[in-house]
Design a protein around this ligand. Sequence first.
Ligand code: NAD
Length: 477
Amino acid sequence: MYQLQMLIDGERVASRSGKASIIRNPANQESVAEFSLGSREDAHLALEAAKRAFPIWSEMSSQKRCEILHKASAVVRERSDHIARLLTLEQGKPLKNARMEVMASAGVLDYYAEEGLRNFGQWITSGHSRSIVIKQPIGVAALITPWNFPVDLLAWKVGPALAAGCTLVAKPPSLAPLAATEFIQAVNDSGLPSGAVNVVHGPGSEVGAELVENPISRKIAFTGETETGRWIMAHAAAHIKRISLELGGQSPFIVCRDADLDKAVAASVQRAFSNMGQICISINRLFVAKEIAEEFTAKFVERTRRLKIGDGMEPDVDLGPMFSESQRCKTKEHVDDALKRGAQLLYGGCEPEGESYQKGFFYVPTVLSEVDQSMKVMREETFGPVAPIIRFESLDQAIAMANDSEYGLAAYIFTNDLSTAIYASEHLEAGGIGVNVNNVVDLQAPFGGWKQSGFGRELGHYGLESYLETKHIRIGV
Ligand code: NAD
């Protein structure tokens, strides 16, 4: 069986306690790997290693850091097949999607290799003084990430942290640490000083908590559930740490009467069910103009029916299993709640039939109509493949319903009218608005949430800024 250790101070090491845990494939529950299970002590050792490496890495020229980050990207690309296979085996997503995720992560490293060269300051002339404003790395960063995109979401943090001159300790998700650890190992093998990047595995309540509470870490970059983010925010307060929180979402998708219907259907089916709905910017609530609702719904169900479900290692699979039994139970619970409250089941709402599905956490993508705002599917983050469709009479009504959520990560609208697109974009409460697209992620643009979807921005120059402190130097002349 594949054995995975942690990475501390440039060495692959077992946990101090000697404890280990098993990773199982969500498609068939077979054991995939055994990995070292770290503790608070291991997290502390990793933080100390990152602290020792900080003066070396932060004082290196940005040109040299740029070279190393490009090299890291090249090493990730060389190892991409291995990393992608681990990702499918531990997380369940189809192998083609795992490959795309790993290659995207390499792209993030290339982007920040260059963006690190654009850490510019300011010179301000003011009477008998001159002010110089410089941006310096915050220090040791703790990067805590979830299981749905364990490599890419880590790359979104590793790239800017290293480009800014920070060193880091990564804590991948406890149940999917394999691909993320191999990604960090590839970065480590690209000429970084020992201890500049470290990985510690283990439970969030122990390893994650140490990374948040230990005064060595100066910045916490977190992606995960809103509840965990709340805990981190409260505990990071003890040392007034810099934090960025990318939390839950419950994204609305508005389809106007004048939209290109076929494009809207294709885009929404893909974004509602890809990765089995386990994406923070998944479409979770569909608001469709009443004049086109019947036609849209029929086409949506038809397209959903064509999605192929199976083990992510099989070719041509569109949807793998869900990540865990608890994710599948939560999805079932939300669907049952909607049906009890009067929703109509148009498709799915069950496990697929057949021998090959028996041992995995499979679930048929589900389409609901006759839904209302009282139902869990409309109020809570299901994080599963469920698409509730609701009709609207006016754009203002659709926007009001879309904004009636504690989350504000992404919102989408399909329309061919420019004024409608601008009006909706300005009135929807979310950090990212997609107009006639089903994705608000662009490497060069800021990504992040409003309301309880968090704060702080990743990607683009904003991502780099979140690992920098501002310093004003005033000189008398
Ligand atoms: P989670 O909050 O349970 O875990 C995320 C990470 O935090 C894991 O590594 C976990 O071990 C760690 N953790 C748990 N308790 C901790 C603690 N007390 N202190 C420090 N670390 C702790 O989230 P998850 O179930 O892995 O991921 C799913 C969630 O992530 C969903 O809510 C989803 O919307 C969200 N998400 C958000 C974004 C975004 O960009 N906004 C992206 C992807 C996923």
